[in-house]
Design a protein around this ligand. Sequence first.
Ligand code: SAM
Length: 230
Amino acid sequence: MDIVTLFPAMFEGPMTQSLLGRARDRGLINVQIHDLRRYSAGDRHRTVDDRPYGGGPGMVLQAEPIYKALKAIKAAGTRDFGGKQKFYVIYMSPQGRVLTQKQALDIAARPWVIVLCGHYEGVDERIMDFVDEEVSIGDYVLTGGELPAMVLAETVLRLIPGVVKEPGSLLEESFQERRLDFPHYTRPSVWRQRRVPAVLLSGNHQAIKAWRSKRAQSATLKKRPDLLSR
Ligand code: SAM
């Protein structure tokens, strides 16, 4: 995954710590962060934005630096993959399709994804000719595409085989089967007068499975009934 951003340093924590950091160290995922300013026209301020035509507040990211960044990433990747690589370009945008687990699975199956983070008022619309999909993380507006790109990266990359140590846990997670996850408990079995459900201590795997399935269903009915009717 290649991420194009005005703020590469923002990715240092999420991409080097925890699950993604370990997966990167083990060579399971390849995430490259690209500074959009590297592709500026080369002026002293490394400008990549300008005022909007038609007036109004804010600035707009220019098409040319983004085009040059995409071209450079594609050229480098095409060399790596013998000229056969098909890139999928995603623009993080509040106007995109709101990210779901199903969509994350589709994106995870793509061999190479380039993620573009917008800023200010967004990007020059003409760059959309080079974008395959706009992805939103929800119906609200953030200042830039960096946090949304991190959400997308984590959601997608943890689905790559080997990244999550126990693949079984992915299958049981919320949204995998149009239902939420079942409740989890850990030691101690009694905590401040609250007991772990007895079935979980019974060692009866069939009974545990049935209990979990029932509880997953009731959690979905209570918290997200829309998932069942979809
Ligand atoms: N003027 C744009 C609009 O109203 O549709 C909003 C621009 S927003 C301030 C700046 C950038 O943040 C966007 O270009 C996009 O990359 C990112 N962004 C903001 N909210 C987002 C969201 N909910 N999902 C994904 N990206 C978002």
